[in-house]
Design a protein around this ligand. Structure first.
Ligand code: UFG
Length: 323
């Protein structure tokens, strides 16, 4: 199979490129390197460029007959999206539309989309299944939700078959230690906690201890990056077998609090991690836990690393290997 991975130099995309290569696919990564890393692309062909560039897209699609496109490239920071919504709608929505139109012109009709739990907004019930209302509460979530809507319309109009995968909290690292999480700036809890364990940051700030949760800190559903890759791989099989367009929530169905993450990280690393209490971060729901049963039942997805300790251990091995 010939697969185009857009955003293949980023955290999740780079793990996917490695997975596809291991499975024997011909992989092309397209990434503008605005946040990705060239050296994280461990296999296949690399093209530096932007999905905003229609000329580049048409020559790419003319030169290679892709069986499917996986789209990981987007801006991902909720707070930034509130401050600069135009940037999020342009990059995450308009540029994705450009990509989809290039696919239509080239008659490429299989698409796997990185969506997010943020499309649901404030949970009405938990765990969150696919029937849960989608009422995003920030431009980041809305931008992903808009693309989900576009995908449905494009299926109706020209038969685009897509799978939207709504990640809860992507975490962990390649078990062989070759890849991991490297955002700049880093905003995610687990890498920040591990950087504090390593002494690269003075402490970890806990954003709010007064939530309606067992220990007062926010609860999230952390899902190993390799398990996300497995879900993409299964979604690709589904589309290759002429499966219908669909959307799945990806999480383990178990929530861990910020404090539990810190406690687990202390056990895994054997270090004591300085903690500072900080105010709530705007827009953080108290609890976000996925009901991932549909992906298990319909795609045959079985997460291999559901255990938080393993997720953190893999992230720690990666963190320690970093300069
Ligand atoms: N947190 C802290 N201190 C920090 C960083 C995070 O206490 O220094 C807390 C947050 O308040 C939150 C939890 O740790 O309760 C997890 O925060 P992350 O930033 O790691 O992840 P989020 O749950 O905010 O974000 C994830 C995805 C986003 C997506 C969002 C949907 O990473 O891309 O879920 O709500 F938008």
């Amino acid at each position: 199979m010939n697969i185009l991975v857009v955003g293949g130099a980023g955290y999740i995309g780079s793990h996917m490129v490695q997975w596809l290569d291991r499975e024997g696919c011909q992989v092309t990564t397209l990434d503008n390197l605005c946040s990705g890393h060239r050296e994280a692309v461990l296999a296949g062909r690399f093209v530096q460029g932007d999905i905003a560039d229609s000329g580049l897209l048409s020559s790419l699609f003319a030169s290679t007959r892709f069986d499917a496109v996986m789209h990981f490239a987007s801006f991902i920071q909720v707070g930034e999206s509130v401050a600069q919504p135009g940037m999020y709608y342009r990059n995450n929505v308009a540029h994705t539309l450009n990509l989809l139109e290039a696919m239509r012109a080239a008659d490429v009709r299989r698409f796997i989309f990185s969506s997010t739990a943020a499309t649901f907004g404030e949970p009405v019930y938990t765990p969150i299944d696919e029937a849960h209302p989608q009422r995003p509460i920030n431009p980041y979530g809305r931008s992903k939700w808009m693309v989900e809507q576009m995908l449905t319309d494009m299926d109706t109009a020209w038969g685009l078959k897509s799978v939207s995968l709504r990640y809860f909290n992507a975490a962990g690292a390649d078990p062989s230690g070759r890849l991991g999480e490297r955002h700049d700036p880093e905003t995610h809890l687990i890498p920040l906690v591990l950087q504090a364990a390593r002494g690269r940051r003075p402490h970890i700030s806990v954003f709010g201890r007064d939530y309606d949760t067992p220990d007062g800190t926010c609860v999230r559903d952390y899902i190993h990056i390799e398990d996300l890759c497995q879900a993409h791989w299964l979604a690709l099989q589904h589309l290759m077998q002429e499966g219908a367009s669909d959307a799945f929530n990806l999480g383990n169905g178990t929530g861990f609090s910020v404090q539990q993450v810190i406690d687990t990280a202390q056990r895994v690393t054997g270090r004591s991690i300085p903690v500072v209490n900080a105010p709530r971060r705007a827009g953080d729901p108290a609890v976000l836990v996925a009901d991932g049963r549909r992906a298990r039942e319909n795609l045959g997805w079985v997460p291999a690393y559901p255990d938080l300790q393993t997720i953190i251990a893999h992230a720690w091995a990666w963190e320690q290997g970093r300069a």
